[in-house]
Design a protein around this ligand. Structure first.
Ligand code: IMP
Ligand code: MG
Length: 183
């Protein structure tokens, strides 16, 4: 396997993640400064496995008291490179009512994964609910499910990418740069 070309370098990612972390910090501090909110819980929900790398970097730019509660959602079993629909395969926290929740994922593609998880969490009535993704894929034909994300690192074209948490068949998540996959 070769990376056909690097799309986003590790330095570009690091700079952008720092900015996203700063924005999230400002927004969370604004939520916590509202009347009666100073003791509210902040919960970050990374979607595993793709958000693993992003989350590790992002949380170190958010100096706010929070817990990290990963969930497992899979949508690309095996070697498929198009969405197969999203499945929640691990437990989702059930105590998110009243909490300030940030969902983190590597990429917004068809929208099924984030759409599903957002509905499941919104039903618990969190005090606020926002989504952060590193990549937002441009879908010329529109997404299967429209999902608004509050924080997006980079808008990219509709091609399959790997690295910085993003996999092909479970591999290549450990590549430090994001690249377009070759033959
Ligand atoms: P969605 O449900 O189609 O929006 O897909 C979201 C999930 O699909 C992400 O969490 C990724 O794991 C995976 N995915 C989507 N596009 C890519 C890609 O280009 N490379 C690797 N994984 C991807
Ligand atoms: Mg994933």
């Amino acid at each position: 396997m070769k990376v056909a070309r690097t799309l986003i370098s590790r330095d570009q990612i690091a700079a952008r993640v720092a900015v996203l972390g700063g924005q999230i910090t400002v927004d969370l501090q604004a939520e916590l400064s509202r009347p009666g909110q100073s003791e509210a819980r902040v919960v970050m929900i990374p979607i595993l496995t793709g958000a693993l790398v992003l989350t590790a970097d992002l949380i170190r730019h958010i100096p706010v008291k929070m817990s990290i509660r990963p969930v497992v959602v899979s949508s690309y079993p095996g070697t498929a490179t198009t969405s197969q629909g999203a499945n929640i395969s691990g437990a989702v926290p059930t105590d998110l009512g009243g909490a300030h929740v940030i969902i983190v994922d590597d990429i917004l593609d068809s929208g099924r994964t984030l759409g599903l998880l957002k509905r499941v969490i919104a039903a618990q009535r969190p005090a606020s609910l926002r989504i952060a993704v590193l990549l937002r894929k441009n879908k010329p034909g529109g997404r299967d499910e429209h999902v608004d994300v509050e924080y997006a690192g980079f808008d990219i074209e509709d091609e399959f990418v790997i690295g910085y948490g993003l996999d092909y068949d479970g591999y290549f998540r450990n590549l430090p740069d994001i690249g377009v996959m070759g033959e």
